[in-house]
Design a protein around this ligand. Structure first.
Ligand code: FES
Length: 146
């Protein structure tokens, strides 16, 4: 899962499984500067799911308060902006203004030592058009040159 024509995204150790309760979700970011890549991991039992922290409705982060992603006993992810609900396992929006669209799922794995790894770019800018055709990251510096 990488943007067209670029290097494959690296894999990052994000959390240890025992840092999360069950169920639980925790945000993370990789990279530095103005455009780190922001995502979150969901734990359900021994299963881990990871997503970009970008809502397909208006591209807002889903958690208004840090790590406040889950509702309904962890079965659903809620976007705090307009209340869209997503299935925790698939990322599919099941209710709300972007029903039928999906969160961007990230490749994740749990190793034998209990470390959660996620494959993601080091910058949101390197993620490309990650969700929907209207998602283009542009900095103020880029705008000055146009
Ligand atoms: S930005 Fe998520 S529901 Fe509107």
């Amino acid at each position: 899962m990488s943007s067209a024509g670029s290097e494959p995204w690296p894999e990052w150790p994000i959390y240890r499984l025992d840092e999360l309760t069950d169920p639980d979700a925790r945000g993370f970011y990789v990279g530095k500067g103005d455009w780190p890549f922001r995502g979150f991991v969901v734990r359900q039992g021994q299963s881990i799911f990871a997503y970009a922290n970008v809502c397909p409705h208006r591209r807002h982060p889903l958690d208004f308060l840090p790590n406040a992603f889950l509702v309904e006993n962890g079965n659903l992810i809620r976007c705090a902006s307009h209340g869209a609900l997503f299935d925790s396992e698939t990322g599919l929006c099941v209710s709300g203004p972007c029903q039928g669209e999906s969160l961007m799922k990230l490749v994740s794995r749990l190793d034998s030592a209990g470390t959660i790894f996620v494959t993601a770019p080091a910058s949101l800018r390197d993620a490309g058009p990650i969700i929907g055709s209207g998602f283009n990251v542009q900095s103020e510096a880029d705008s000055d040159t146009n």
